[in-house]
Ligand binder design. Structure first.
Ligand code: FES
Length: 273
C-alpha cells in the first residue's frame, strides 16, 4: 500500500504502443492490488489523473492510456526513466465469483481495467469486446479465451453493439436451457455500461460496472467524484446492479472540476480536452 496523500515517486521502465490510440506504461513497483481498483498518476508540472491497472504482477504494474487530452498525450509521450508520482491503490474493485457462467463486456479502453479481472475469473467465461474498428481492439492476443467482437464499422466481428452480442448470448442460453449468467462485468463508455446494466436487469442477472468521474483526492475527502449519493473513488469505482438502480446520475450527469453538474455528454467532452 502506498501512502494516501503523498505521491510515491517512481520511474517509467517500459512503454508499449498498442495502436494509434492506446499505450501501456510499465513500472517496476510492487502494489497490493485488487482488480478494478485505481491509482492516481501524477506527472510533475502537468496534473494528476486516476487510472486502473491493466497489468499487475508481484513486481510490476502497467496502466493503459488512451491519448485523448493534454494529460494523456503527455503521459504516452514519456520515455523510460521519466519520473511520475503515484498514490493508491484506491477504491473497492470487482467482486470476483468463481462460476464459469460469467460474462465480461469491454468497450474500447474499458478493456484495460477488465484485463486483470479476466485473469482471475473462470477460463470458460463469455468474453465480449467492442471497439470503433478492428485496429482499436485492445490486447487482441493477450488471452487464450475466445472473444465475441463487435466493431462500429464491421471491420471485425459483429457490426454493431456489444449489447447485441450479450443479448444474443443470454437468449442462446435460455433457448438451450443452459445455466444463465451468474454475473456480468462491464467497463467502457457509460452509455454502453448503462445498456449492459439495463439488459442484465431485464433478465435478472446481477452486473458490476466500473464508473469514471473527475477525481481529486482519490480517497473520499474532497467530494469531486460524487455520483448521486455515492463517492465514486471510495464507494466505487465498481458498483453493482442494486446500487446502480438508486443512482439517477448514472449515465446522466457528472461534476466538472468546478463542482458544477453537467450532462454526461458535456462532461465526456470536457474530460477529453
Ligand atoms: S476524488 Fe475526492 S472524494 Fe472522490
Amino acid at each position: 500500500m502506498i501512502a494516501d496523500q503523498r505521491p510515491m515517486m517512481i520511474r517509467l521502465v517500459e512503454k508499449t504502443v498498442h495502436n494509434a490510440a492506446y499505450t501501456t506504461l510499465f513500472f517496476d513497483f510492487a502494489i497490493d492490488y485488487h482488480p478494478g481498483q485505481f491509482i492516481m498518476l501524477w506527472i510533475p508540472g502537468i496534473d494528476e489523473k486516476p487510472y486502473s491497472l491493466s497489468y499487475h504482477s508481484p513486481t510490476r504494474f502497467g496502466i493503459t492510456i488512451e491519448a485523448k487530452g493534454i494529460f494523456s498525450r503527455r503521459a504516452v509521450a514519456m520515455a523510460p526513466g521519466d519520473p511520475v508520482g503515484i498514490r493508491g491503490p484506491f477504491g473497492n474493485g470487482f467482486n470476483i465469483v468463481s462460476s464459469p457462467h460469467v460474462a465480461v463486456v469491454a468497450g474500447g479502453c474499458g478493456m484495460a481495467p477488465l484485463a486483470p479481472l479476466v485473469t482471475r475469473l473462470h477460463p470458460d467465461l463469455c468474453f465480449i469486446h467492442g471497439a470503433r474498428t478492428k485496429q482499436f481492439i485492445l490486447f487482441p492476443d493477450r488471452f487464450d479465451i475466445p472473444r465475441h467482437i463487435a466493431t462500429d464499422d464491421g471491420s471485425l466481428g459483429h457490426k454493431g453493439l456489444v449489447t447485441d452480442l450479450l443479448a444474443a448470448e443470454i437468449q442462446r442460453r435460455a433457448n438451450r436451457a443452459q445455466p444463465q449468467f451468474d454475473r456480468v462485468y462491464a467497463c467502457g463508455p457509460e452509455m454502453m455500461m448503462h445498456a449492459v446494466f439495463t439488459l442484465c436487469d431485464t433478465h435478472g442477472i446481477p452486473c458490476q460496472v466500473s464508473l469514471e468521474r473527475y477525481m481529486r483526492c482519490g480517497f473520499g475527502v474532497c467530494g469531486a467524484c460524487v455520483c448521486s449519493d455515492q463517492v465514486v473513488c471510495k464507494d466505487g469505482p465498481v458498483f453493482d446492479s442494486n446500487q446502480l438502480k438508486k443512482m439517477p446520475d448514472f449515465n446522466r450527469t457528472a461534476l466538472l472540476k468546478s463542482g458544477h453538474a453537467v450532462p454526461l455528454s458535456e462532461y465526456v467532452t470536457w474530460r477529453c480536452q
